[in-house]
Design a protein around this ligand. Structure first.
Ligand code: FMN
Length: 329
């Protein structure tokens, strides 16, 4: 439980009320969503994806206009614009940077020199340890239940092993959608959670109504993982696009070829088509296995209040400890 005593230090250092991050989702998490989450007491995070620096600047400006609370930016390290995005972020005085695919080592010192905390998303103990050695401020341990790009470990198995392996705060992500998930993450030794899928259907989320409706309609088994053969696995809702993608990449792999150009072309721009056009045939509706728990559109404030109320009720001694009563009968 090494990370647990750092909880107050983390939320205090960030200046947020509740230990809930909203995942910096490419195309989805804009300045408006991030500001709504930060205003509600969590930490909103703008997703920069592969967007140019001017987009990131614009979204930071929007968030600043809508909130005086801290918020963060997710930097996609494989983006061709990452160096320019870094310059924008350095000038913008954001509280925190999370990083997706790639190694943030090159950017770490400059960000931290501006008092910007850096928390990479990690899918394994090995990577968590490497990041800790490089001096990051914490890690986000993300299980494969999550929406978007994923690793192989589940949140239940990954989080306690990362907590034991590193001496920095660990945030749990992947499959957390309500107060039970938050309470469970804390029990595993995390100091907070990052949720993506639950915020997809927030009132302030920009995604197309078809995308929101698909998340709300989805059952527990309604996601699949594409890109495993190509080498970048992503969890998305089942729809004509994801089924076609999977079929094509399987066919290529089974033919013994490693030329996945055709399937990569199919995927290009597909998240944008889902978010902006709600296109079921060509859009990748990225979402996690917790979609089955998401029942309605609600404001970010309602989401955060209900998650906190439920976690508080559960962690109140009597509620959970009752389950440990010895059965004497
Ligand atoms: C539509 C979508 C896009 C995402 N894009 C990114 C991204 O650009 N960078 C990143 O680090 N994580 C990304 N994620 C992952 C989330 O930030 C978050 O860690 C994840 O959704 C948590 O799991 P959950 O979906 O089960 O809540 C994305 C997730 C979704 C659903």
């Amino acid at each position: 439980m090494k990370g647990r005593d750092k909880m107050n230090a983390l939320t205090a250092r960030l200046g947020i009320k509740y230990p809930i991050f909203q995942g910096g989702m490419a195309w989805v998490a804009d300045g408006k969503l991030a500001a709504a989450v930060s205003n509600a007491g969590g930490l909103g995070i703008i997703g920069s994806g592969h967007a140019p620096a001017s987009y990131v600047q614009e979204q930071i400006d929007i968030a600043r206009e809508l909130t005086d609370k801290p918020f963060g930016v997710n930097m996609m390290l494989l983006s061709p614009f990452v160096d320019d995005v870094l310059e924008v972020v350095l000038k913008s005085n954001v509280a925190l940077v999370t990083t997706g695919a790639g190694d943030p080592a090159k950017y770490l010192k400059r960000l931290q020199a501006q008092n910007i905390m850096v928390l990479p998303v990690v899918p394994s103990v090995g990577l968590a340890k490497r990041m800790a050695r490089q001096g990051v401020d914490g890690v986000i341990a993300e299980g494969m239940e999550s929406g978007g790009h994923i690793g192989q470990m589940t949140t239940m198995t990954l989080v306690p092993q990362v907590v034991d392996a590193v001496d920095i705060p660990v945030i749990a992500a992947g499959g957390i959608g309500d107060g039970r998930g938050l309470a469970a993450a804390l029990a595993l030794g995390a100091v907070g959670v990052q949720m993506g899928t639950r915020f997809l259907t927030a009132t302030e989320s920009r995604i197309h109504e078809n995308y929101k409706a698909a998340v709300i309609k989805a059952k527990d088994v309604d996601t699949l993982v594409t890109g495993q053969y190509v080498g970048h696995a992503a969890r998305v809702l089942k729809n004509p696009m994801s089924r076609n993608f999977l079929k094509l990449e399987r066919e290529i792999a089974l033919s013994g070829s490693d030329d996945f150009k055709a399937v990569e072309e199919l995927g290009n721009g597909s998240l944008r088509k889902a978010v902006l056009d709600g296109d079921r045939d060509e859009g990748s509706f990225m979402a996690g296995q917790i979609s089955g728990l998401v029942k309605r559109e609600e404001s970010s404030a309602e989401i955060i209040q209900s998650v906190m109320a439920e976690a508080n009720a559960l962690l109140d001694h009597s509620a959970l400890q009752q389950q440990l009563q010895v059965n004497e009968s």
